[in-house]
Each structure stands twice: as C-alpha cells, then as structure tokens.
Design a protein around this ligand. Structure first.
Ligand code: NAP
Length: 247
C-alpha cells in the first residue's frame, strides 16, 4: 500500500465533493475523509445509496454531510454550474473534489463494442469530469490548498484486450488530469493528481472479474492512505502525478 499515515485532523473544516460516493471506493473515501474532519458532499445517481452513506457519517458523529443526486450521464453544463453556485451559497467554499464515479461498460473487443454504450461510458467517465472540473475550478482555486483527484486505472496506462470504452476513458482521464495540472498557474495552491486504485473489492471489480475470489483483494478501506495524502496538506509538493494506491 502507499505508505502514509494521516493526522487525525488532516481535513478539519474542509469541504470535499465526491462523485459516486454511494458505493465502493467513493463511499469508503467519504467515510475516511469525514473521519478526518471534512464535510462531505455526496454526489451520485442512486439516492438511497447516498442516504445510506449520509446516515453512516451521521451515526459515527462526523461532520454532517450533504447529498446531490445526479446522473452524470445526462447532466448538462447548466447542472454543473448550478452545483457550483449551490456549493458556494451553502458552504462558501470547496477545498477538494474526488472524481471517482465510473461506468465499466462492456468487456468485449472494441470492433464489436456497442456504440451507444461507448457514448454512455465516455459521458460518465470523461465528459462529466470535464464539465464538473470546469464548473468547480474557480471555487477550488479560492481555497487555501485546493485539491482535485481523478481516478485512473491500470488500463488507463496500457490498454488491454476487451477493456473497450473503459480503457479509452481512463487514458482520457490521465490526459485531463495532466492538462488541468500543468495549466495550474505557478502561484496557485491547487494540486491536481490521479489515483490508480489497483484491484479492489467492489461491485465493479466483481463485474469485471466474475470468477475471482473477492477475499483475495484489497478492500476500499485498505487503499485510503493515498486518497488521504492527495487530499491533504502533505501533498503540496505533488502535482500532475498518477500514483498507484497499491504499491
Ligand atoms: P463501483 O463500486 O461500481 O462504484 C462506482 C460508483 O460510480 C457508484 O457509486 C456508482 O453509482 C457511480 N456511478 C456510476 N455511473 C454513474 C452515473 N451515471 N452518475 C453518477 N454516478 C455514477 O466501482 P469502484 O470499484 O468503487 O470504482 C471507483 C473508481 O475506481 C472508478 O473510477 C473505477 O474506474 C476505479 N477503479 C476501480 C478498480 C477496482 O478494482 N475496484 C480498479 C481500478 C480503477 P451507483 O452505485 O448508484 O450505480
């Protein structure tokens, strides 16, 4: 695992938005960031899952969270700008953004890939990240030490057969991270990086590898050290990097 032990108050008073926060790695990050003092804005498409994460944060006595139900496939530029306005009005700030939501799509040769599904995956995994980052960047740049984390994958660095639109979307995610990071002005305190979670015990992984024993895999909680490092003050010297959570 990435070697980092976060101070208990690492994210005290920070406001952090997480996409796909109702399940898997996004939910684990929401709980971990809240445990370290952050107020979490839980964004996702299944309200019931977001409510369950909200309740868990509440029961553990962490700062009260907020919920934004949103389907990233159909969300428009207008929706994202409205989210930015609402966050500014309600919280007056945004310190961090974790782009975590993704669709796996089909595991099939690209020559046979369903064109509609290809578009769907690219909308959720790429286009929505672009629009959300554009909309929230002005607010994040106002934070003392703003942070944006993108979520990559092994197949976002080397495409492997049958990973289709998902692999294409993760290459695009790496490029988007590099662009936003390298275009950050020298004077800015914002840091933009990507995480490759590695094989992690979630519903997506089980869909991609139905024959695998999930108990052999790291849990979403296990990989949190890198998520904490890149969201907190100790990563001030890190920008434009794509880092493995399991190393
Ligand atoms: P997961 O359990 O399937 O969670 C994905 C999340 O994305 C869910 O909360 C899901 O919401 C949300 N989502 C999907 N489509 C959405 C949409 N249209 N609008 C809003 N939210 C949407 O997957 P995970 O394994 O935790 O993956 C988290 C991230 O890590 C992804 O970016 C994935 O590519 C990456 N990753 C995972 C692994 C791994 O081994 N698990 C490895 C490499 C990279 P619903 O639950 O409501 O559908």
């Amino acid at each position: 695992m990435f070697d980092y032990t976060a101070p208990e108050t690492l994210l005290k008073d920070k406001v952090i938005l997480i996409t796909g926060a109702g399940d898997g790695i996004g939910k684990a990050a929401a709980l971990s960031y809240a445990q370290h003092g952050a107020t979490i804005i839980l964004l996702g498409r299944t309200t019931q899952k977001l409510e369950s994460a909200y309740d868990q944060i509440d029961q553990l006595g962490y700062p009260q969270a907020a919920i934004i139900p949103l389907n990233l496939e159909s969300a428009t530029e207008h929706d994202f700008l409205e989210i930015a306005n609402t966050i500014e009005a309600e919280f007056g700030r945004l310190d961090g953004l974790l782009h975590n939501a993704s669709l796996l799509g089909q595991r099939t040769p690209i020559a046979n890939y369903d064109p509609n599904l290809f578009e769907q995956v690219m909308r959720v995994n790429v286009h929505s990240q672009f629009l959300l980052t554009q909309a929230l960047l002005p607010l994040i740049n106002k934070a003392e030490q703003g942070r944006i984390i993108f979520t990559s994958s092994g197949v976002g660095r080397t495409a492997k057969p049958n990973w289709g639109a998902y692999a294409v979307s993760k290459f695009a995610t790496e490029a988007m991270m590099q662009l936003f990071a390298s275009e950050t002005p020298e004077s800015s305190q914002t840091r933009i990086n990507a995480i490759n979670p590695g094989a992690t015990r979630t519903a997506m992984r089980a869909n991609a590898y139905p024959d695998e024993d999930p108990l052999t895999l790291a849990t979403a909680e296990d990989i949190m050290p890198l998520y904490l490092f890149l969201m907190g003050q100790d990563s001030q010297g890190t920008n434009g990097q794509s880092i493995d959570a399991q190393q």
